[in-house]
Design a protein around this ligand. Structure first.
Ligand SMILES: [Fe+2]
Ligand SMILES: [Fe+2]
Length: 227
């Protein structure tokens, strides 16, 4: 898809500027969010079209696209989807300040390292809230790991747009983290994603949406004809 390369490049430039110049162009990110929204609504996007190389700027874009696809499926209004895309593009910005020896460790993190890694949400939140007061964007950065970490995760508040958008970002985050490369793991198969989401009691409605995005199209055809 021609547009994807442009988005990955723009996101990389944004992260570079943020880290090196402590500067974030909010309007450019808004334009990028609109661009992604148009791309998602005018193409039939499947996970296989995204990069699974695992770079942070690819991950942010993938999560934005995947969350947008889920949001469109559950018929969130357009303005909110665009704000959610923006939030997903910056959801992991806290990792820009996580020490590389932990971020790029080619193995499992120990307890202390994991504790440091976990601070990327609060760190990111303190950075993003200097640039925007949008509650949806700030909640995505702060809360995008709270739904899939233990058996005691909070329920989503279906009447709260912040909660819904952070939840969609969380699902998209799990999808891309499992289906793309990391220094500590290889690409996993789509069924592992489904198993992980079921483990955290994600409802059938979302599971079916995720299946449509990540399973190979041929496998979906076979599944439909055998039903
Ligand atoms: Fe994260
Ligand atoms: Fe992430």
């Amino acid at each position: 898809m021609a547009g994807l390369k442009t988005v990955y490049t723009k996101e990389q430039r944004f992260l570079w500027k943020l880290q090196n110049e402590r500067n974030m162009d909010v309007n450019e990110l808004k334009r990028l969010s609109v661009y992604i929204y148009r791309m998602v609504t005018s193409n039939n996007i499947h996970y296989s079209q995204l990069s699974n190389a695992g770079y942070l700027h690819h991950h942010n874009v993938n999560v934005a696209i995947l969350a947008a696809l889920l949001g469109i499926n559950i018929e969130i209004e357009v303005g909110l989807i665009k704000r959610m895309i923006f939030g997903c593009l910056v959801h992991d910005i806290g990792k820009l300040w996580t020490i590389p020896t932990i971020l790029d460790k080619p193995g499992k993190l120990d307890m202390v390292e994991k504790g440091i890694m976990d601070t990327h949400t609060m760190l990111g939140h303190s950075v993003i809230s200097k640039f925007t007061q949008d509650e949806v964007i700030c909640a995505i950065v702060r809360d995008h790991h709270q739904y899939f970490t233990s058996n005691n995760n909070p329920e989503i508040d279906k009447n709260d747009e912040k909660s819904i958008c952070a939840y969609l970002c969380s699902i998209a985050d799990v999808m891309d983290a499992m289906l793309s490369m990391r220094c500590y793991k290889d690409v996993l198969d789509p069924q592992s994603v489904i198993n992980e989401l079921i483990k955290y009691k994600v409802t059938d409605e979302y599971i079916n949406m995720v299946k449509n995005i990540i399973f190979p199209k041929e496998a979906q055809k076979v599944a439909k004809t055998s039903n």
